[in-house]
Design a protein around this ligand. Structure first.
Ligand SMILES: C[S@@+](CC[C@H](N)C(=O)[O-])C[C@H]1O[C@@H](n2cnc3c(N)ncnc32)[C@H](O)[C@@H]1O
Length: 203
């Protein structure tokens, strides 16, 4: 339970807006919101998620979406699948490293990868790519793509992550969570968890 700290370890200022849960423990807040909407494999077609993404895009000057599928909302868009409307069709990590060599610095990066090993295998099958055991491990995909994000992120930049957990980029990349939107989809569907983080320090 590392997201929960005891009130004794926090200053009064830090506690402003914090939500008490149980005896003496607090969860950072008020950053957590919840909505309901039907599911879609095109994540940003889900109205509350579209609203979440557009809110940050409206404030952004240069944005990057390395898993864009058919959404050309960001300045730089990419998707492995050449049958999608994205501008580039590279592996997401290679795409980000290429932008870094071009000196691109974005104030917003969108991270909406396949959410499970099964979804990764389907994406690779769609492009006729042979998948290895390592390719289908979502933790491997996430960590190698996330590791390429800081080099293209401007000071104060924001990363939006979507998936079935709220891990996001995390403190190891110098990021602090500024907002979480949980979208419930009914029946036995997993929620889509939308996380907005801002970079606090450049490593
Ligand atoms: C969840 S979908 C993105 C949906 C999109 N944000 C939308 O709202 O329509 C994930 C996308 O990542 C692409 N993808 C999967 N593996 C990839 C990789 N290694 N590099 C780049 N794109 C990849 C898939 O083809 C798929 O279109």
């Amino acid at each position: 339970m590392t997201a929960i700290t005891t009130s004794e370890s926090r200053t009064a200022a830090e506690l402003q807006g914090a939500v008490p849960i149980g005896s003496g423990a607090v969860l950072d807040g008020p950053i957590l919101k919840r909505a309901w909407a039907g599911p879609s494999s095109d994540t940003f077609d889900v109205p509350p998620i579209a609203g979440f993404v557009r809110k940050y895009l409206m404030k952004s000057k240069i944005s990057i979406d390395p898993f864009a599928r058919n959404k050309r909302w960001a300045t730089h868009t990419n998707d492995l699948n050449p049958d999608t409307a994205a501008e580039s069709h590279m592996d997401a990590e290679a795409f980000l490293r290429e932008l870094a060599t071009q000196g691109v610095k974005a104030d917003l990066v969108i991270f909406d990868p396949p959410y499970s090993p099964r979804q990764i295998a389907e994406c690779y099958a769609n492009v006729g790519k042979t998948v290895t055991m390592e390719d289908t491990q979502n933790c491997v995909l996430y960590s190698r793509v996330r590791s390429a994000i800081p080099a293209v992120l401007a000071d104060g930049g924001i990363v939006l992550s979507f998936g079935w957990n709220s891990n996001g980029m995390g403190k190891k990349h110098g990021m602090k969570i500024i907002e979480i939107l949980m979208v419930a989809h009914g029946a036995a569907h997993n929620d889509t968890i939308c996380v907005a983080e801002r970079i606090e320090s450049t490593k």
